[in-house]
Design a protein around this ligand. Structure first.
Ligand code: NAG
Ligand code: NAG
Ligand code: NAG
Ligand code: NAG
Ligand code: NAG
Length: 351
C-alpha cells in the first residue's frame, strides 16, 4: 500500500526551490484571437526624392485575447526582451500564460528600435561587448559577482541551460534619454488610441518603468489605470522640487508639474523591489521620493519590498521570471483586485 504521507514528504523535500503547484486547478488557456500591429512612428520623406518615404520609429504590440476577457489589458514592457515575460527561468510558466489563464488580455510591447520594432529613422549601431554575460549576471542580481549566486536566489543555479537562455535572450537596448522619449511618444499614442482598450495596466521591468511613467505624463486620455514596476531604474519628478534632470537614459526625468499630476490620476502604482536591493540603492531612494510626490497630489503609489512584505527571499532583478513567480503573481492579483481592475468585461464573473 502506498503511504500517502511519505509520498507528500518526498515530494516536498525535492521541491524546496520551486513554488508548489498552484492551488487552483490549471485551467486551459482559451483565446478568442491573437495578433499584432505597429503604432506611432513617423513617415520620413526622402531627403532628395519627394516621392519616396521611410516609415520608421513605431512600436510593436502583440496581443492575446481570452475567450471571455477581463476588462484590464496587461501590457508587459521589457527592458531586456519579451522572453522574460514568457517563461520562468527554468522554462516553467511565465507571466504571459499565468495571466492568460486568469483571463486577462496580455499585450507584449516592443518599443521603437527594439525587438520587432527595429526599423529606425536614424542609423543605429550594435557594438559587441565581451563583458556582457558577466555584466548581466550582476545587473540582474543573481549574485554579487559573476557565478557567485546569492545563496537563496530564486534561479535554478545548477541548470546551465537556464543561465545560457537568460543571458542570450537579449535585444540591443538603447539606454539614452532620447530613447526614453521615443518609446514614451509611441506608447502614449498607443494608450490614447483605444486599441489596447480603456483599462491599461503596465507591467514593467528595469528601464521599462521609466518609459511607462513618461508615457503616462504624455498620454491625454484616462486609459492608463495602473503601473507595476519590477525594479525600475529611473524615475520621473515634477519641476517644482529641487531635482536636476539626468543626462542619461536612467533619469531622473523632470516634467512640468501639470504633467506629473497625471501620475496621481492613475488608480494604482506599485514600485516593486527584491530583497537583494538595499534601501540606500539610488533607485530605491528615488522610488520612495517619487511615490511620496505622487501621493502628495492625491495619487496612490506604493513602494513594495518583496522581502519585507511577503518574506519572499532571493528575488532577482526580474522577479516575475523567478522560481517564486507564483507568489509574486499573487501580489499582482491583489493589486488588480484592490483597484477594481479584475472585473470581467461584461460584468459576468466566470471564476
Ligand atoms: C520617384 O522619382 C524618381 C525620380 O523621378 C523615380 O526614379 C522613381 O521611380 C520614383 N519612385 C516612385 C515610387 O514612383
Ligand atoms: C533548464 O532550463 C531550461 C531553460 O529554461 C529548461 O528548458 C529546462 O527544462 C530546465 N531543466 C530542468 C531540469 O529544469
Ligand atoms: C496630448 O495633448 C498635447 C496638447 O494638445 C499634444 O501636444 C500631445 O501630442 C498629446 N499627446 C498625445 C499622446 O497625443
Ligand atoms: C538645490 O539642490 C542643489 C544641489 O543639490 C543645492 O546646491 C541647492 O542649494 C538646492 N536649492 C534649494 C533651493 O534647495
Ligand atoms: C548602503 O549601506 C550599506 C550598509 O550600511 C553600505 O555598506 C553601503 O556602502 C551603502 N551604499 C551606498 C551606495 O551608500
Amino acid at each position: 500500500m502506498v503511504n500517502l504521507e511519505t509520498v507528500t514528504l518526498l515530494f516536498a523535500a525535492t521541491t524546496t526551490l520551486a513554488d508548489p503547484p498552484p492551488t487552483r486547478p490549471l485551467r486551459p488557456i482559451t483565446l478568442s484571437r491573437t495578433g499584432g500591429f505597429n503604432i506611432g512612428g513617423k513617415i520620413l520623406p526622402h531627403p532628395v526624392l519627394p516621392n519616396e518615404t521611410l516609415s520608421c520609429d513605431h512600436g510593436y504590440l502583440e496581443y492575446f485575447i481570452p475567450w471571455r476577457p477581463r476588462k484590464t489589458s496587461l501590457v508587459m514592457w521589457h527592458s531586456s526582451s519579451t522572453q522574460v515575460w514568457q517563461n520562468r527561468w527554468d522554462g516553467g510558466e511565465g507571466y504571459k500564460d499565468m495571466f492568460l489563464r486568469r483571463n486577462y488580455p496580455v499585450w507584449l510591447w516592443d518599443g521603437p528600435r527594439v525587438g520587432r520594432a527595429n526599423w529606425a529613422c536614424e542609423p543605429t549601431s550594435y557594438t559587441p561587448s565581451f563583458t556582457s554575460d558577466h555584466a548581466n549576471f550582476a545587473a540582474w542580481n543573481f549574485g554579487p559577482r559573476y557565478k557567485q549566486w546569492w545563496p537563496d536566489v530564486q534561479f535554478p543555479t545548477t541548470n546551465d541551460t537556464a543561465w545560457q537562455q537568460a543571458t542570450s535572450n537579449r535585444y540591443v537596448e538603447y539606454d539614452t534619454k532620447a530613447n526614453v522619449e521615443l518609446h514614451s511618444d509611441a506608447a502614449a499614442i498607443a494608450a490614447d488610441s483605444g486599441k489596447i482598450g480603456n483599462n491599461i495596466v503596465y507591467l514593467t521591468n528595469s528601464a521599462g518603468g521609466l518609459r511607462a511613467m513618461m508615457t503616462t505624463t504624455k498620454a491625454n486620455g484616462t486609459n492608463i489605470k495602473g503601473i507595476v514596476t519590477y525594479e525600475s531604474i529611473g524615475y520621473v519628478f515634477p519641476d517644482n522640487v529641487n531635482i536636476t534632470a539626468g543626462t542619461g537614459g536612467f533619469g531622473p526625468f523632470v516634467v512640468p508639474l501639470e504633467k506629473f499630476k497625471k501620475l496621481a490620476k492613475v488608480p494604482g502604482i506599485q514600485f516593486i523591489w527584491g530583497d537583494h536591493r538595499p534601501e540606500n540603492h539610488t533607485s530605491v531612494m528615488e522610488s520612495r521620493l517619487c511615490a511620496s510626490l505622487i501621493n502628495k497630489y492625491g495619487g496612490n503609489a506604493k513602494v513594495v519590498k518583496l522581502g519585507e512584505l511577503r518574506g519572499l527571499k532571493g528575488s532577482t532583478h526580474i522577479p516575475f521570471a523567478d522560481l517564486s513567480n507564483g507568489r509574486v503573481a499573487a501580489l499582482l492579483d491583489e493589486f488588480l483586485e484592490e483597484n477594481g481592475l479584475d472585473e470581467y468585461e461584461d460584468g459576468d464573473d466566470w471564476n
